[in-house]
Every structure is written in structure tokens, then in C-alpha cells.
Design a protein around this ligand. Structure first.
Ligand code: PHE
Length: 551
């Protein structure tokens, strides 16, 4: 018998440990790299407002859900869904059968790729029911980390290049060609990606308290310090006001259904929701810790850092006369050019990329932890073996991403097979991994977790779990809370029905699933809003899909 079955489950040392680790997972490339450029593309302030709304009404309730499921079951996502599912679910069998039949009919029509995927999925759903949602999370851990670590690798490369004084670009075009050559050089791209994966493995290898928690407690305060230094530099540049104005002034003519759905999708990615990262981190939580308070702090910290990234980037970009709508290249192409024009540019550039690396690292470890926890809990692997073997497997997948992002045809056999099976191989293997996880696995995962908690496990049991450690906060009359009368006895009589808990239940049962479903159908192209609002001007610069930014 392996040692893991004998050991009790490791737990965070306290609330702060959990909050910092989970905020570390949430705060990542999504906040510092993606949020500023999608804000730039979608018109600034108005988009920021929409994003904040999505975070508050969808992100926070789903975050509470995931943590509650994790803490209740003390298991990885697969184990968690397994434990809370009813023994036989007719609905799951029905859905499984329907998916299986669809898959088989696609095979009859020789649509091989989708036919095989749906047939296998149908069988899995039929056999495992809701547990498949957990499997999807583990799969997302693999696919997200494979491309995430390539981008994180670029930041390592850029730190080295900055310190070596090679990020000297007078014009954006120079920076663009530099980034192109940099990405295409397999030694750099693969080498840096492997260094990043090795860092993730080393931390996850150390375990929950000595690895993840210890490093989060060091790295998160450092991240806050670095970003504050960058903001001060950026907003004190002459001409910075323009950038602040762009970021803060809402121009609602730039908002349409498409940008709302981009905001919703990004809220999920940014809060690490929909793939069980928060279930896994929640599973290391003690029952006396406060779920509501922790979820609230994580969401606030994540949003704060995204906004701070905007304040660090836009004022500087505007101060030197650049455009904010530069797309994915904003951070790797426009910013180095901006830094070069600043006094002490090398220093600021290195500082910025160190910041990006720290953010990516604390997210990378949470992705690896989801996969590791699955093998430790369900397959009884010792943690160090799981971290090493799975880290190596993901690193291998990432090598394919790193090689293909420069030139898909380097992996001609894979490209041809995918095109044969699915009719398209997208822009690169990198792009494919991003597409599968961001457009399919995360939204579907988010949809499934809210439907599961809202309708299968039940909001009643979930609220029972949340109540532990939350000092009955879930039952406080919402109006009395807003009025500052939380502890006033006359305002806490049991007849009150508008409590935080009831509000949360309504969001989880109705609003989140519907919103996520609409966003999902839109991203996969089954619902098209693009033609509806004609007043939307085109983005400042035509943005390519992000992995091919520098082509
Ligand atoms: N939230 C991370 C970011 O903003 C990415 C991530 C997604 C991490 C899903 C874990 C799980 O970059």
C-alpha cells in the first residue's frame, strides 16, 4: 500500500494561506497580459464595467460553489463529483445515451473526429455520470498548462533579454520582429518553457503547505509591491492622463453582445473557475474556515490586480503615443518599446517581466495541482511521483505548443491528422489547446458545476457546508446587512427570506447557468450576435488570435 493512503489530507495552515494560494491561482497571465489587451480591443472603461459586473454576479457565486464542493468532499474534482452524485441519475444516463447516439450517427456519416469524441464522451457519461465533469477539469489542467507554460516561458526569456540589454526597440515594428524571431527559436521557446515547468513541479512536489502555501506567501506580496512600483512609474510619466482616461471613461457605444461575452468568458478564466482548481484548493481547507469571506477576498484581489495592471500599462502606452488596441502583442511588443523610451528602461522592463512570471507561476502550480491531486487521491500515487510524471507529461505537450506556435508545419503529421479528423487544425497546436480549454472545457465546466450544485447536490446542502465557519453570515438578512444592522436582533428574525444565501441560490440555479450557456453557445459559434449592433466601430488595430501575435 502506498504511503498516501495512510497519511491524513494536508491542509492549509490557516485562512491567509488558503486565500493567498487561491488568489495566486486566480491572478495570472489572465490579469496582467490578457485583461489589458482585451480591454484595449473592446474600448476601455465601458468594458471594464461590464467585466466587473460579470465578476460580481457570476464569478463570485460560482467561486463559492467550487470552494464549498471541495471543502465538503476533501477530494480532487473527480472524487468530489463522484462523492456528491446520486447513485443512479436518469438524467445522466439519458444525456449519455443522446451523446453516444449523436457520436455514432456522425461516424456513419464519416465525420470521424467528432464522431469518435462524442461516442467516447457518451459512453463515459453513461458509465460515470456527473463524474465526467471532474474528468473534464483534470483534462483542462493538462491543456491549459501546456500552452500557459509556453507564454510563461516567454516571460523568462524576456527577463534574460531585458537584463542582457537586448530589448532596445526604437519602433514597434522592431519589437515585433524581435518577438517573432524569439518565438521561432526552438532553443529559447522550448528551453524557457521547460524551466517554467520545472519550477511548477518543484513547488507542487513540496506539497500543499511546504510547497504551494509557502511560495504563495512569498510571491504574492512581492507581486503587489512590483505592480505598485510600476503603477507609480507609469502614472507619473508626462502625458499619462490620456491612458488613465481611456481606462476609466466608459464609452458604451463600444459595448455589444460580443464584448459582454468576452468579459464573461474572461471572468471565468481569470478567477480559475470551471476546471476544479478551486475545488482542489478548497479541499485542503479546514471546516472552521470562512468560505464566503475567502471567496470574497480572492475575487477582490484578482479584480484589483487586473485593474492595477491596467493602470500600470495604459498610462505608459499613451504617454509614448502608442495605441491600446494592439491585441496580444501589447505586453511582448508594445511594452518593451515603451520601456526602452523610459529612463532606466532596462530596470523597468525586467521588473515588469518578473511580475508577469510570478503571476504565471502561482497559477501554473494550481493547474498542476489539480492533475496531481487526482492521481494522488484516486490512483493512490505518492505526491512526488505524481508531480514529476504529470509535470513531465504536460511539459511534453507544451513542447508541441512551443514548436507549433512558430510554424505548424513543423509538426506536419499531427497537423494533417487533425485536419483529416476535424476538418481544421486551427492556427497551431498551441491555438488548439487554448481553444479546447478556454472555449469548451472552462465554460462547460462552469455550466456543469452550477447546475450540479444548484439542482443535483442542492443549494440546501451547499449552504449547510458554507455555514460552517461563516458565522451564519449566509443567513443574515441582506437588507439589514446593507443598512449596517447585521447584528441587530430585530433584523435577524427567521421570517426574513432575502438573505445572502437565498440570493446566492437563485444565482446558482438560474442566472449563472443561463449566462454561461449563452456565452458558451456564442464562443463555439452556435449563436451569432456579431451582426446585431451596427454601431460598433472596429478595434483600433486588427487583432490576430493571440498565439500568432507576432506573425
Ligand atoms: N486564473 C489564471 C489567470 O488568470 C489562469 C488559470 C485558469 C489558472 C484556470 C488555473 C485554472 O491567468
Amino acid at each position: 500500500m502506498s504511503e498516501t493512503t495512510l497519511k491524513p489530507r494536508e491542509h492549509w495552515s490557516g485562512s491567509l494561506g488558503f486565500i493567498l494560494a487561491a488568489a495566486g491561482s486566480a491572478i495570472g497571465l489572465g490579469n496582467i497580459w490578457k485583461f489589458p489587451y482585451i480591454t484595449g480591443e473592446n474600448g476601455g472603461g465601458a468594458f471594464v464595467l461590464v467585466y466587473l459586473l460579470c465578476i460580481a454576479i457570476i464569478g463570485l457565486p460560482v467561486m463559492i460553489c467550487e470552494i464549498a464542493v471541495g471543502r465538503r468532499t476533501q477530494r480532487n474534482p473527480v472524487g468530489a463529483f463522484h462523492e456528491l452524485s446520486p447513485p443512479t441519475s436518469l438524467v445522466a444516463h439519458g444525456i449519455g445515451l443522446a451523446v453516444l447516439l449523436t457520436g455514432l450517427s456522425l461516424l456513419v456519416f464519416r465525420t470521424w473526429g467528432w464522431g469518435v469524441v462524442l461516442t467516447v464522451l457518451g459512453l463515459l457519461i453513461f458509465r460515470f455520470g456527473w463524474t465526467v465533469a471532474g474528468f473534464m477539469g483534470v483534462l483542462a489542467g493538462f491543456t491549459i498548462l501546456s500552452f500557459y507554460s509556453v507564454v510563461a516561458g516567454w516571460t523568462i526569456g524576456y527577463i534574460v533579454e531585458a537584463l542582457a540589454g537586448r530589448l532596445r526597440f526604437a519602433e514597434v515594428a522592431e519589437a515585433e520582429s524581435f518577438f517573432g524571431t524569439f518565438m521561432q527559436d526552438p532553443r529559447w521557446a522550448i528551453g524557457c518553457h521547460l524551466v517554467f515547468m520545472a519550477m511548477c513541479v518543484a513547488i507542487v512536489y513540496g506539497g500543499v503547505r511546504k510547497g504551494i502555501e509557502r511560495w504563495s506567501k512569498i510571491l504574492m506580496p512581492l507581486l503587489l509591491l512590483l505592480i505598485m512600483a510600476l503603477i507609480i512609474r507609469s502614472v507619473t510619466l508626462p502625458g499619462a492622463v490620456e491612458g488613465v482616461r481611456f481606462f476609466l471613461r466608459p464609452d458604451f457605444s463600444r459595448i455589444n453582445a460580443h464584448s459582454i461575452l468576452v468579459a464573461l468568458g474572461h471572468a471565468f478564466f481569470s478567477l480559475s473557475l470551471g476546471m476544479g482548481a478551486m475545488i482542489t484548493y478548497g479541499s485542503y481547507m479546514d471546516r472552521d474556515q470562512n468560505i464566503l469571506g475567502a471567496a470574497f477576498s480572492i475575487v477582490v484581489l484578482d479584480t484589483l490586480i487586473a485593474l492595477m495592471a491596467g493602470f500600470a500599462i495604459f498610462p505608459a502606452v499613451f504617454a509614448y503615443g502608442f495605441r491600446p488596441g494592439a491585441g496580444p502583442g501589447l505586453v511582448f511588443i508594445v511594452l518593451p518599446t515603451v520601456f526602452h523610451r523610459m529612463p532606466l528602461g532596462i530596470f523597468w522592463a525586467a521588473l515588469f517581466f518578473v511580475l508577469l512570471l510570478i503571476a504565471a507561476l502561482t497559477s501554473g502550480i494550481s493547474l498542476l495541482e489539480v492533475v496531481t491531486a487526482f492521481f494522488v487521491d484516486e490512483r493512490k500515487w505518492p505526491r512526488h511521483r505524481a508531480a514529476l510524471v504529470l509535470g513531465a507529461a504536460i511539459a511534453l505537450l507544451g513542447v508541441l505548443c512551443a514548436v507549433s506556435v512558430a510554424d505548424w508545419s513543423r509538426l506536419a503529421a499531427l497537423q494533417t491528422t487533425l485536419t483529416w479528423a476535424f476538418g481544421t487544425a486551427r492556427d497551431s497546436f498551441f491555438d488548439l489547446m487554448d481553444h479546447i480549454s478556454s472555449n469548451w472545457l472552462l465554460p462547460l465546466g462552469g455550466l456543469l458545476i452550477s447546475v450540479f450544485v444548484g439542482w443535483i447536490w442542492g443549494t440546501k446542502r451547499a449552504v449547510d457546508e458554507i455555514r460552517h465557519g461563516s458565522q451564519n453570515f449566509a443567513d443574515v438578512h441582506l437588507v439589514s446587512l446593507l443598512a449596517g444592522l447585521k447584528d441587530d436582533p430585530s433584523h435577524n428574525a427567521s421570517v426574513h427570506i432575502v438573505t445572502l444565501a437565498s440570493l446566492w441560490g437563485i444565482f446558482i440555479r438560474f442566472i449563472s447557468p443561463v449566462a454561461v450557456l449563452i456565452a458558451f453557445l456564442h464562443t463555439v459559434g452556435w449563436l451569432d450576435f456579431k451582426s446585431s449592433p451596427p454601431e460598433m466601430p472596429p478595434p483600433a488595430t486588427e487583432a490576430p488570435a493571440w498565439p500568432s501575435a507576432a506573425e
